[in-house]
Write a protein that binds this ligand. Structure first.
Ligand SMILES: NC(=O)c1ccc[n+]([C@@H]2O[C@H](COP(=O)([O-])OP(=O)(O)OC[C@H]3O[C@@H](n4cnc5c(N)ncnc54)[C@H](OP(=O)(O)O)[C@@H]3O)[C@@H](O)[C@H]2O)c1
Length: 266
């Protein structure tokens, strides 16, 4: 299938693109670096020609409500409108387990994205996943003397397994809100995950756990981001994933390794 990946250059998007190629699909990357601005819609119509499904893993890095809601509102509305015009048959969006239970500004943006997809003009699927093992690497990838890390309780999942699941969903019929995807049963504190990865990578910066303010912070530390319903579960534990990390690969695994390393448990 010809499948567009919105955010196809990001942490998730690269793995989705690799997984599509490995499975014989034709990925089409939608990102500013590929000449598409989702927030204005510039370049979308041309890139969506002949596309049968869209997988949206685009993102804005913010905890604030206004930019988060502004980004997900504009990007999702533009993708859906251009998708309808191009005859896209299935729109798959990646969301987060617990967004409906935590009032953090970023999650309000994700809720807006979900509403638009579930009520939009293109048949849709929303996959809520828990935090990735790679969330810890994303914290370490930020520059600065301290590694700021949100306090949250997670049941993390390997990003490679999320990417493969998104591709499977894109090949299937639209599900609306799909059963939520989480990692194997272990529950971990995010600052501990970051410290464990830091030791493997030899990063000497101190970790500074940050509790989000008010009710959102209480919900995040109190388990509101854990899966509340049955659904698919990844198999790769955080410890197994850590064993694949290496100081020379602090950012992301090399392309050929990415899509299959989680499946192989490497
Ligand atoms: N981190 C987690 O643990 C977790 C858990 C569950 C779900 N999720 C969800 O996973 C999704 C992907 O997150 P990620 O961390 O993989 O994202 P990311 O690495 O920040 O990548 C963002 C992508 O969006 C593109 N993008 C940003 N602004 C754009 C614009 N205006 N127009 C076109 N493209 C734009 C970027 O490409 P350019 O810069 O080239 O434009 C990039 O490809 C997010 O929606 C997030 O909510 C994350």
């Amino acid at each position: 299938m010809r499948i567009a990946v919105a955010g196809g250059t990001g942490w998730t998007g690269r793995l989705v693109v690799d997984a599509l190629r490995a499975g014989g699909d034709e990925p089409v990357v939608l990102a500013r670096s590929a000449g598409v601005d989702l927030t204005t819609g510039a370049g979308l119509a041309e890139r969506l020609e002949g596309v049968q499904a869209v997988i949206d893993v685009s993102n804005i890095v913010t905890t604030r409500t206004k930019p988060a809601v502004g980004f997900f509102q504009a990007a999702t509305a533009n993708l859906l409108a251009a998708g309808r015009r191009a005859g896209v048959g299935h729109h798959v969006a990646l969301s987060i387990v617990g967004v409906d239970r935590v009032g953090l500004g970023y999650y309000l943006g994700k809720r807006r994205q979900e509403e638009l997809v579930l009520n939009g003009p293109v048949p849709g699927t929303v996959l809520r996943a828990t935090q990735f093992h790679e969330f810890a690497a994303q914290m370490l990838a930020r520059t600065g003397p301290l590694v700021l890390t949100p306090r949250l309780l997670a049941q993390p999942v390997a990003l490679g397994e999320v990417a493969l699941h998104l591709v499977d969903l894109a090949h299937g019929r639209p599900l609306g809100l799909a059963p939520e995807l989480a990692g194997p049963e272990e529950r971990l504190q995010m600052p501990d995950m970051v410290r464990r990865l830091k030791r493997v990578l030899g990063d000497r910066r101190p970790v500074l756990p940050v509790r989000m303010p008010g009710a959102a912070g209480r919900a995040m530390t109190g388990g509101s981001l854990l899966p509340a319903h049955p659904g698919p579960r990844g198999t790769v534990t955080f410890q197994q994933w850590l064993a694949t990390r290496h100081p020379a690969r602090q950012q992301q695994p090399a392309p050929a390794e990415r899509a299959h390393e989680a499946r192989d448990g490497r």
